[in-house]
Design a protein around this ligand. Structure first.
Ligand code: ADP
Ligand code: MG
Length: 374
């Protein structure tokens, strides 16, 4: 392997010839992923001297189970051709292995074939490229894959009330954004535009979401691992494998006293992100980078007018929403957070996937995984 130095990041080129395992969800996006792969990517890989085995997933969690059991030594990278949901399966399948520490170091790759391709859009954005159409984004990500430069990728561990612990590469969302993500499933036939359609529909009748939000800001000296009591037990006892969430208290205990507790309890949305894009046309956290070790927490307080909210979503397309001086929008950089919704029913998403609703907390683990990017 040869090291290549880029400003701000060290990337490592994977050896050649390369052997990729490509997992493709045939139902992702508008349902054309397989044809898009054959038409746009297959020849490109061949020209780059990359061999691959293609597996078409047959059902949800097929990919998760497969990577949990697979002999990973035969692959130079695990590539998903789908939306963010299939990568979420792969990341969690790897973290469920006894050898998780080594398994999660397998380089991952993304080819946008879904309707929610936020990580692919983020990688494209980090390369300094302008926003493009869905098919151009696929070709751009195909080139990135062929270059084979491996970067570090942050993962965030997300603890649910059920004691389940998940690993997330993209986002944790509650309120407007989470509702749109799930409600817009019915507009899947329009592809990536389903989020725009869903946003417009929900804007017609915005809701208020009540709950308690607390976080650990990055400036807090206690956010450094060396200053935390390392004898503290893992707050998620049912999760056998993975790193210790040394910043978190168990969910049934109060958050540590030095955390910031948000006084407002009425929200329109709360979204914690660790990459720049929330969807292809939503540059929600422009400052975010692959492995900055930061959770970019953005919340919108209730009381915002429908017009301001519309303006906010329109500005998000190019990342301008954080410069609108809207008093209802708050942006903080954090290492960990906890959210306790008051309503008995609702929607919480992790990487765009529906998870158990209820109290939830998260901590970022810097550079836990590796991703072909840049
Ligand atoms: P999209 O962006 O189009 O929603 P995703 O990759 O997010 O695409 O996939 C959507 C959902 O489909 C995810 O929950 C994923 O786990 C699931 N899934 C993966 N493979 C299959 C399959 N073969 N059949 C049905 N669902 C699948
Ligand atoms: Mg999805």
């Amino acid at each position: 392997m040869s090291a290549i130095h880029f400003p701000g990041a060290i990337q490592v080129e994977v050896k050649r010839p390369l052997m990729f395992l490509i997992l493709l969800n045939p139902h992702s996006g508008k349902g054309h992923a397989h044809a898009l792969f054959n038409g746009n990517v297959q020849g490109m890989l061949q020209d780059a001297g990359i061999q691959h085995t293609l597996i078409i997933t047959e059902r949800q969690n097929h990919a998760r189970e497969l990577v949990r059991e697979a002999d990973l030594s035969q692959w130079d990278a695990l590539v998903i051709m789908s939306g963010d949901g299939l990568l979420f399966e792969v990341v969690n399948g790897l973290m469920e292995r006894e050898d998780w520490e080594e398994a999660i170091q397998t380089p991952l790759g993304v080819l946008p074939g879904g309707s929610g391709n936020a990580l692919a859009a983020s990688i494209h954005h980090y390369s300094g490229l302008q926003a493009v159409s869905s098919e151009e984004l696929l070709i751009s990500c195909g080139f990135i894959l062929c270059k084979g430069l491996v970067s570090q990728l942050d993962l965030t561990s997300v603890c649910l009330a059920s004691s389940q612990r998940l690993f997330s590469f993209l986002s944790l969302a509650w309120g407007f954004v989470a509702d749109v993500d799930i409600e817009s499933e019915k507009y899947r036939h329009v592809g990536a535009a389903r989020f725009t359609v869903g946003t417009m529909v929900r804007l017609a009748s915005p809701r208020v979401y009540r709950g308690k939000l607390a976080y650990l800001p990055i400036e807090d000296p206690m956010s450094q691992p060396s200053l935390v009591d390392s004898t503290q037990s893992n707050p998620s006892p049912l999760s056998v494998f993975g790193p210790t969430d040394f910043l978190l208290n168990p969910l049934n205990q109060p958050v540590p006293g030095h955390w910031t507790v948000v006084q407002d309890e009425d929200f329109v949305l709360v979204v914690a992100m660790y990459q720049s894009h929330l969807a292809k046309d939503m540059l929600a956290a422009p400052a975010s980078r692959l492995d900055d070790g930061i959770i970019h927490l953005i919340y919108v307080k209730a009381g915002i007018s429908r017009r301001s909210l519309l303006r906010l979503f329109l500005a998000m397309e190019n990342g301008g929403h954080l410069n609108t001086n809207c008093p209802h929008v708050v942006y903080v950089k954090v290492k960990a957070l906890r959210l306790e919704p008051y309503s008995p029913k609702g929607i919480i998403t992790v990487d765009g996937e529906l998870v158990d609703y209820g109290p939830v907390q998260a901590q970022i683990h810097g550079s836990l995984a590796r991703l072909i990017a840049g």
